[in-house]
Design a protein around this ligand. Structure first.
Ligand code: SF4
Length: 465
């Protein structure tokens, strides 16, 4: 360790990490943090006192990249004042933009791609020693990591990467170009990591991958996502298992049966449809039709009656007519999603769809986006109100942002619940447990909450007396 702290009271060099984008990036930031802690760094939440500032970036939209460039520009003056400050860009944008970042922002010391981030400690040492810029975007390296399970921001819930990369090349998406080809981790590695997490107090894991349904491809075994779920379900102490994201073309009856039958696997599916129009799905290169998608939803509801389903939709894809859009509206109404993320299409340099004419006007994209948001809000409100009077199991995540006397958490079906803290209903608890008066003492626990009100995004209730 050669980097010396320049500010603050602690003797450890301080690193600030800002994460943009998806859950995979959040996990990568946690892994980066773990690898740095092993080398004697400490994480700080205040950028001003950091000796190393890292941006873990997203490339899915041009806007996300523009935002990082703007933040890097803002740091130029600070670097002039503190020449020993190390500024690094990591993740998808680093992979996508590469050398261009160093050319546009010469005060940046490090550009580190999606498969090189675990070498970060040695890159930082090298920069400190030689004061030279480093560009590390080798595409052939596989990400192999030894996770430091104790270095997690959330004690009771964790992401676990089961596969990386994507072979699908949906026509609008940059991910396969920046994350590389699909690569599945071995069952043994994943199970060992999950056991370590559970030993460290974790109750809920979310298995991550760009396309988790194709887990096992390339492994010299018959492992699938379903067999992996079966194995993980036997780990003592694990309460909840989730997995994202599911590609409809790789969804199987076997996976849905696992969701229905296994104790710890949560009854929730995030399976993006993207469009309800077969013509647009074909142009998007999604490799399923809207009827095949509907059949999967029917199968899921047959096998897992209380399942909730979430989706993503893109509006204004090149050539999307009123009829195509109406097919999406019909699909949304028929499926009755729990929630949906909707996006206005914007062309991405380097993707197949870049060659299509972006012919849907911004005004129409906005209008269609608004229609979907309104429709989804109506559907979610109705579905949530159906929960009133029912009891749901909640894993407590923290205190409510708007009212610190209340707690918040999620159901197995991934619905957000805000409720009165349990000690209001179990006053005797405060006598036996000195921390019971503090609602935060319930964080990480499973409680049963009776729902008494609901909006489109939130269920409200109180702990069952
Ligand atoms: S499945 Fe399609 S949308 Fe998802 S990461 Fe792969 S290419 Fe992108």
């Amino acid at each position: 360790m050669t980097i010396k702290p320049k500010t603050g009271n602690n003797n450890l060099p301080k690193v600030f990490i800002k994460t943009f984008g998806c859950q995979m990036n959040k996990l990568d930031s946690e892994l980066i943090f773990g690898s740095l802690v092993k080398k004697g760094y400490m994480l700080v939440s205040d950028e001003e006192i950091a000796d190393v500032i890292l941006f873990n970036t997203c490339s899915v939209r041009q806007k996300a990249e523009d935002k990082v460039y703007s933040q890097l520009g803002r740091l130029k003056k600070r670097k002039e004042e503190r020449p020993d400050l190390i500024i690094g860009v990591m993740g998808c944008m680093a992979q996508n933009e590469g050398e261009k970042i160093l050319e546009r922002m010469p005060h940046v010391s490090l550009v580190c791609g999606t498969r090189m981030f675990l070498k970060l400690p040695s890159f930082l040492e090298e920069i400190n020693r030689s004061n030279r810029q480093i560009l590390a975007i080798n595409e052939d390296v596989t990400v192999d990591y030894d996770r430091l399970v104790t270095q997690r921001l959330n004690r009771f819930s964790a992401f676990v990467s089961i596969m990386r990369g994507c072979d699908n090349y949906c026509s609008y998406c940059i991910v396969p170009y920046v994350r590389g080809r699909e690569f599945s981790r071995s069952v043994e590695d994943i199970v060992n990591e999950v056991k370590g997490l559970v030993d460290d107090g974790c109750k809920e894991i979310t298995l991550l991958g760009q396309n988790v349904n194709s887990y096992g491809k390339g492994l010299h075994s018959n492992s699938t996502l379903a067999t992996l779920l079966q194995k993980l379900d036997t780990v003592d102490g694990i309460e909840r298992i989730r997995f994202v994201t599911s590609h409809p073309k790789d969804m199987s009856k076997e996976i849905l049966e696992a969701v229905g039958e296994l104790r710890s696997v949560c009854e929730h599916l995030h399976m993006p449809a993207q469009s309800g129009s077969d013509r647009i799905l074909q142009k998007m290169r999604r490799f399923y039709t809207s009827s095949q998608y509907r059949e999967l939803i029917d199968m899921a509801r047959d096998l897992v009656p209380d399942i909730t389903i979430a989706s993503d939709f893109i509006v204004g894809f090149p050539g999307e007519s009123d009829d195509d859009f109406n097919d999406t509206v019909t699909l949304m109404k028929e499926v009755r999603y729990q929630n949906c993320f909707t996006f206005k299409y914007s062309p991405r340099t380097g993707t197949y769809a870049e060659k299509f004419v972006d012919d849907v006007t911004e005004e129409i994209k906005k209008k269609r986006n608004h229609i979907l948001l309104e429709l989804q809000s109506e559907i979610s409100t109705k579905m949530n109100k159906e929960k009133i009077g029912k009891s749901v199991e909640v894993l407590v995540e923290g205190t409510s942002k708007t009212d610190k006397s209340k707690l918040t958490g999620r159901t197995r079906q991934n619905q957000i619940v805000v409720f009165h803290s349990p000690e209001r209903f179990f006053p005797e608890h405060s006598i036996s447990d000195s921390r019971a008066g503090d609602p935060s003492s319930f964080i990480g626990k499973l409680v049963n909450v009776t729902i008494n009100d609901a909006t489109d995004l939130t269920l409200y209730g109180c702990v069952r007396e």
